[in-house]
Write a protein that binds this ligand. Structure first.
Ligand code: TXA
Ligand code: MG
Length: 308
């Protein structure tokens, strides 16, 4: 199928209240018309997602985001610096918005993002309204970072599927909340803490931070138990995901050169591939906290069962 035909089919499916497998630069999403509560309910069913966990509204540009959410100066600067790209901004919802209550899990805030992937952008421009798209995995499982994995996870629930190649970033977008004059990091991602603080100053911490409902559940977990920061000898039957030169079998390396960007792009694919071997466990070498390392370690901690 030519891409233009795929785009037409995807937009028609969205208009009809059906679901679409949508590539983005972070991970693949399962998309629906944000204003159609029946369509949004289908997403929660397809993923087995708890209804208290709100979705991200994807839009074509910052103007469309501000039609949904109330931005202060900090939110505008973040949008100008990092959109289109792997940043989601949680801000107060405007009244009479086009993102239905179910998609927001009843909250008075809304998460908005302008993705950078050309296929996602083309769909959003052609559709003309906000599109909610959680990662296309079933709830609690690693996010899909290529077309085949997305189709395996939630393909049967989708009326249209779009192949945008492997996801360049490989971990979900950075989520920041900009509420009550404070900016808090809710989920680390490819837009790093340092980049955000260089732009708008120190992020809120501790009791001044905000909570994200999606962070309260186990996440990103393969079937095999995951052991992180593995420095000691491998236990029987374990597969080691290495990091850097001389760290285990290169076939299972997150990044043979020790590059956090490469490790992020490979992370969820390697967790899935290791899982398919039915190992006794998956051990993961330490990954430094620099750059994308914060996001990688965050996902690995959750895959290993640490929550919160
Ligand atoms: O990279 C991404 O963001 C991908 C691609 C497909 O765009 N999408 C994604 O969506 O990761 P999802 O639903 O898997 O994760 C959305 C996260 C959840 O942790 C959710 O709790 C949080 O955003 N979130 C959404 N609305 C929120 C709100 N109003 N307040 C706090 N957190 C919110
Ligand atoms: Mg997700």
């Amino acid at each position: 199928m030519r891409l233009s035909e795929g785009l037409d089919a995807a937009v028609a499916a969205l208009r009809a209240g059906r679901l679409v497998i949508l590539p983005t630069e972070t991970v693949y999403g399962l998309a629906a018309d944000a204003g159609n509560a029946d369509a949004v309910a289908r997403i929660f069913e397809a993923k087995g997602r708890p209804r208290f966990n709100p979705l991200i509204a994807h839009v074509a540009d910052a103007g469309a985001a501000e039609a949904i959410a109330l931005f202060d100066d900090a939110a505008r600067r973040l949008a100008a610096a990092f959109w289109p790209g792997p940043l989601t901004i949680v801000a107060p919802v405007r009244s009479g918005d086009r993102v239905c209550d179910l998609a927001r899990a009843g909250l008075d805030s809304v998460a908005v993002r302008v993705p950078g992937h050309p296929v996602a952008r083309a769909v959003l421009q052609a559709f003309g309204g906000p599109v909610v798209a959680p990662s296309a995995n079933r709830s609690g499982r690693p996010s899909p970072t290529n077309f085949a994995d997305a189709v395996e996870e939630t393909g049967p629930s989708a009326a249209a599927v779009l192949d945008g190649g492997p996801s360049a970033v490989g971990v979900e977008s950075t989520v920041v909340s900009v509420l009550d004059g404070r900016v808090a990091l809710l989920r680390p991602g490819a837009v790093t803490r340092d980049q955000i603080e260089a732009l708008i100053g120190p992020l809120a911490t501790g009791e001044h931070g905000h909570r994200s409902p999606g962070r309260l559940t186990t996440h990103y977990a393969p079937d095999a138990p995951v052991r992180i920061d593995a420095l000691d000898a491998l236990r029987p039957g374990e597969i080691l995901l290495g990091f850097g030169p001389g760290s285990g079998d290169p076939r299972w390396s997150l990044s043979p050169t020790g590059d956090p960007r490469e490790a992020a792009a490979n992370l969820f694919r390697l967790l899935r591939e290791a899982d398919r071997e039915h190992p006794a466990g998956i051990a993961v070498a330490p990954v430094p906290m620099t750059g994308l390392g914060e996001a990688i370690n965050d996902r690995l901690r959750r895959a290993a069962g640490f929550v919160g």
